[in-house]
Design a protein around this ligand. Sequence first.
Ligand code: B12
Length: 209
Amino acid sequence: MSLEELSKLVEDGETEEAEELAAKLLKDGSDPLLMIEELTKTMGHVGDLFAKLEIFLPEIMLAGEALSGVVKVMEPYLDAAGGQQVKGKVILGVVKGDLHEIGKNIVGLILETNGFIVKDLGYDVDPLTFVKEAEAMDADFIGASSLMTTTMPRQKEIIEILLDKGIRDKFKVIIGGAPTSQMWADEIGADLYCKDAKSTPDALTALLA
Ligand code: B12
């Protein structure tokens, strides 16, 4: 019973078995954050196999479903926040044209369990909607996820809208997702790039300090 076996079950899209093994590993004391880190690597590998035409869309879908199942099992183990004071308000979503939501869901979960209030707008979210929702919530942060090189420009559009409206300073814009980088964040003028969910709560807290 190991993390490698769990990775293999997720890669193979064996949802039920993956959920069972995850439950057992967590019960035996495995660190859920370490699990997320490993499984993110697994999904990167799945993506590489897809790019090399060694597997096809149905297999990726099954792997995605298995990972989502494992994340559900993990939820109670991440719940460390009870009674903490609110650290900040976050509007979170996946940008327009992009349906990859698993990473965003993990980020939302980890932020909530670390004392942030999160409004999750889901996936395929229009840049203007991020801005309108952030204004309505009086949010501290706008978190935008993009998993495809073709949808990364939508992150930039969010910042452009904020600039056009003269409200750029009101919100910290946080970007993430596998193809994004610090270099991209600098290029588009985002306030922060986070490479994984684990580092996000502390990075956000530091930005407000
Ligand atoms: C699973 C998957 C799917 C699933 C998604 C299921 C779902 N419900 O989300 C399905 C099958 C639907 C899918 C569809 C497609 N996919 Co796909 N998919 C993947 C895959 C294998 C894994 C993504 C994933 O879940 N990773 C696991 C999570 C946990 O990692 P993560 O998202 O990176 O998130 C972590 C960090 O990045 C960070 N993070 C993420 N977001 C944010 C946001 C903020 C604010 C912060 C702070 C941090 C943060 O925290 C997370 C946790 O640590 C990737 C490969 C890859 N390298 O990522 C391809 C990949 C992204 N897909 C790809 C493609 C091409 C497609 C399709 C176009 C295929 C097709 N021909 O139809 C469609 C596009 C659909 C669309 N319009 O979006 C390409 C994109 C290539 C590109 N142009 O850049 C990839 C890279 C595969 C490849 N190598 O070719 N896919």
